[in-house]
Ligand binder design. Structure first.
Ligand SMILES: *[C@@H]1O[C@H](CO)[C@@H](O)[C@H](O)[C@H]1NC(C)=O
Length: 360
């Protein structure tokens, strides 16, 4: 009933508002993309400058195209002037790799590295505001949002995830992890927090603020995952697991919005199963984009970008200063790289392509 209504509303919005642009595959060589994740871009005609970017990730069996047409992020992009990248999962089942050590590790490889690198490319070459890059997703895409929050806290400013599991909950499984999915994987806040911190060892910078949505009668990814996510992210931010506020009926009847300080928010939807429908305007509000409008002063480094432009400018914001040596799996070179070029012993710097070298 609920899902039917949500679909009906989404269809009504889509037909009422024709888009100013269309979904395009990104053909530029944006760097290492070891699992060959295909990337699709919605770039509205009128952009805010500098331009925020949202990465939007589909559910299992979904596609970039389905998530583009099934959510109204593109309509909102027209209205507010941000760009949306819809990655398309490379596996036959259409699920994201949220389990391998590679994907869970900063610059370690997997699906997450391709996504991180397309974002880095857009920051360097497409006028994207490095301080306003966000991720959202549903189900497998929600899990992937958590993966990106954990492994690339230097890139993402915030995440909003619908019906997912904690970062690392699927770790080590070959694909599906029933123990996690059914809510049997219980850890302490410290253990969950340590897992996030292991995604980017030694990282001490800011962490993305995280909002998660979950239904109380979800039988695909049991609602226990909501409570495990609360443990995880309150630990990461060092705040209490007791909500600082919890508002019933927000954003609608049957939902409650619990805040844990200003960086962690959990929205529980009574009687809602898998999955909670995207509440796009609410997510936009969490990202701080609600009053964003197209226009503004272009970034000085932007030079008439197109989706196929070669990299011509050096990124200034994607390389946290990590001292003189890069760790195992770390980036150590490539066009535009300003970080360390020497690897910690016993690893050596190996070029994957012109844009990316890694300590292996
Ligand atoms: C917030 O309040 C609602 C309604 O009382 C409750 O069901 C929910 O569990 C609370 N959320 C949290 C995170 O404690």
């Amino acid at each position: 009933m609920f899902a039917f209504k949500a679909l009906f509303v989404a269809a009504a919005i889509a037909s009422a508002n024709a888009l100013t642009s269309s979904l395009q595959q990104i053909t530029a060589n944006f760097g290492s993309n070891p699992t060959n994740v295909k990337m699709y871009l919605y770039k509205p005609t009128a952009l805010a400058n500098p331009t925020p970017l949202i990465v939007a990730m589909h559910y299992c069996t979904g596609t970039a195209q389905a998530y583009f047409s099934g959510t109204n992020l593109a309509q909102l992009a027209d209205q507010h002037g941000f760009m949306v990248i819809y990655p398309n999962a490379p596996t036959s089942g259409g699920c994201w790799d949220v389990a391998s050590t590679a994907t869970l590790t900063h610059n370690g490889g997997g699906d997450s590295l391709g996504i991180a690198n397309v974002v880095r490319y857009f920051i360097s070459n497409m006028g994207v505001d490095a301080s306003r890059v966000f991720a959202t997703g549903t189900s497998s895409g929600a899990m992937m949002t958590n993966v990106l929050m954990g492994a690339y806290p230097d890139i993402f400013a915030a995440g909003s995830l619908y019906s997912g599991v904690p970062y690392g909950c699927f770790a080590g499984s070959s694909a599906w992890n029933s123990q996690c999915a059914t809510g049997q994987l219980i850890k302490t806040a410290q253990q969950w927090g340590d897992q996030v911190r292991s995604g980017y060892p030694g990282y001490t910078g800011a962490r993305p603020k995280v909002q998660f949505w979950h239904g109380t009668v979800d039988t695909t990814l049991y609602p226990q995952n909501f409570w495990e996510e609360i443990k995880q992210w309150t630990n990461v931010f060092g705040v209490s697991q007791t909500p600082s506020s919890n508002v019933s009926g927000d954003p609608q009847q049957g939902y409650s919005r619990a805040s844990f300080g200003s960086n962690v928010q959990g929205i529980l939807a009574q009687g809602v199963g898998h999955t909670v429908p995207e509440h796009e305007t609410d997510t936009l509000n969490w990202f701080g984009l609600s009053s964003l409008a197209p226009g503004g002063t272009p970034k000085p480094t932007t030079t008439g970008p197109t989706t196929t432009a070669p990299a011509t400018t050096a990124p200034t914001t994607t390389s946290p200063s990590t001292g003189g040596t890069a760790a195992h799996w770390g980036q150590c070179g490539g066009i535009g790289w300003t970080g360390p070029t020497v690897c910690a012993s016993p690893y050596t710097c190996q070029a994957s392509n012109a844009y990316y070298s890694q300590c292996l």
